[in-house]
Design a protein around this ligand. Structure first.
Ligand code: UTP
Length: 303
């Protein structure tokens, strides 16, 4: 691995897969995409897009499906609403609506059939071309202070390898995730030596789980095309990454908190509470409310 930082192309593009069936969030997700679940006053996908923009991404491709047209509407202009808000003197609200369109260049492409996360990322091939790019799962919020995506882009600029976000989970939970075998490099980075999708805890090579953020060199697209359906009959990105590992070095960027998998009910509720508490306009009032509920329910403060 070299450190010729100046030789790397910039990371300008992001892919956000949002075409999954959302079966864990039925019946809500029958007619409304789970990526549109509200966290306080914004849909989940808006947090994801804003995270990419904050990390310096200029071009975003959202992978969507025929049942999810509302995702496109959310990032489109709505002149009649903007005009009505302006006419009522609601300038701030009008700007909130208008600004969604100019957050970044946002494009949409359909997956056609939900054949798995690997397949969804593969759909981005023509749009991404021959550049490094990041992938952010469309139902996965990262707290801004976790700084995960920025850290991953810095690691790429330093080392030139693909990078994946990793977090330690209790061993018994590893079978819900892609799992990495890795050795410490320092500065939150690990060198990945193997990857397995959803291993049983007894055979898992570690308790390091893949967590919703990836940075790939464009070589990944060849690997995705050569990947057969794996666990659950889906084309798994972890399987494509495992074969990429045989051709290229891959790093893990480790972090410990600030991630919410809002596609899971419990994590969604946690996201709503944590994000509301972090809001300067709502946090103090909400904290008092939570305190009252905790007292009524006889809950003691957790550690
Ligand atoms: P998930 O596995 O969390 O989504 O994929 P899912 O398949 O919709 O969820 P369940 O298990 O049925 O509840 C992570 C992200 O990848 C997208 C999802 O929309 C989600 O944002 N995804 C998944 C796709 O775009 N295409 C797929 O084929 C699968």
């Amino acid at each position: 691995m070299t450190d010729a930082t100046t030789a790397r192309p910039p990371v300008r593009k992001a892919v956000i897969p949002a075409a999954g069936l959302g079966t864990r969030f039925l019946p809500f997700s029958k007619a409304v995409p789970k990526e549109m679940l509200p966290v306080v006053d914004r849909p989940v996908i808006q947090y994801v897009v804003e995270e990419a923009v904050d990390a310096g991404i200029e071009d975003i491709l959202i992978i969507t499906s025929r049942h999810k047209k509302v995702l496109e509407d959310h990032f489109d202009r709505l002149p009649e609403l903007e005009d009505q808000l302006e006419a009522k003197g609601k300038t701030e609200e009008a700007a909130t609506v208008r600004d969604l369109f100019s957050l970044a260049q946002i494009h949409f492409v359909r997956q056609g059939e939900a054949l798995g996360l690997g397949h969804a990322i593969g759909v981005a091939r023509n749009h991404v071309g021959d550049e490094p790019f990041v992938v952010l799962l469309g139902d996965d919020i990262m707290a801004p202070e976790a700084g995960v995506l920025k850290g991953m882009i810095d690691a790429y600029q330093q080392h030139g390898s693909s990078v994946v976000a990793l977090m330690e989970v209790p061993k018994q939970d590893i079978s819900a995730y892609g799992c990495a075998a890795a050795t410490e490099l320092g500065d939150r980075l690990v060198q990945i030596s193997d990857l397995v999708e959803k291993p049983a805890p007894e055979v898992a090579p570690s308790n390091l789980a893949i967590m919703g953020r990836y940075l790939f060199t464009p070589t990944i697209f060849d690997e995705i095309e050569a990947t057969a359906p794996g666990v659950g009959g889906e084309i798994q990105i972890t399987d494509a990454m495992a074969t990429l590992l045989q051709r290229e070095s891959m790093l893990g960027y480790t972090f410990t908190e600030g991630r919410f998998d809002t596609g899971k009910k419990g994590d969604y509720l946690r996201a709503v509470v944590e994000m509301a508490l972090a809001r300067p306009d709502l946090g103090p009032e909400f904290r008092t409310l939570l305190g009252e509920i905790a007292a009524r329910e006889g809950l003691s403060g957790g550690s």
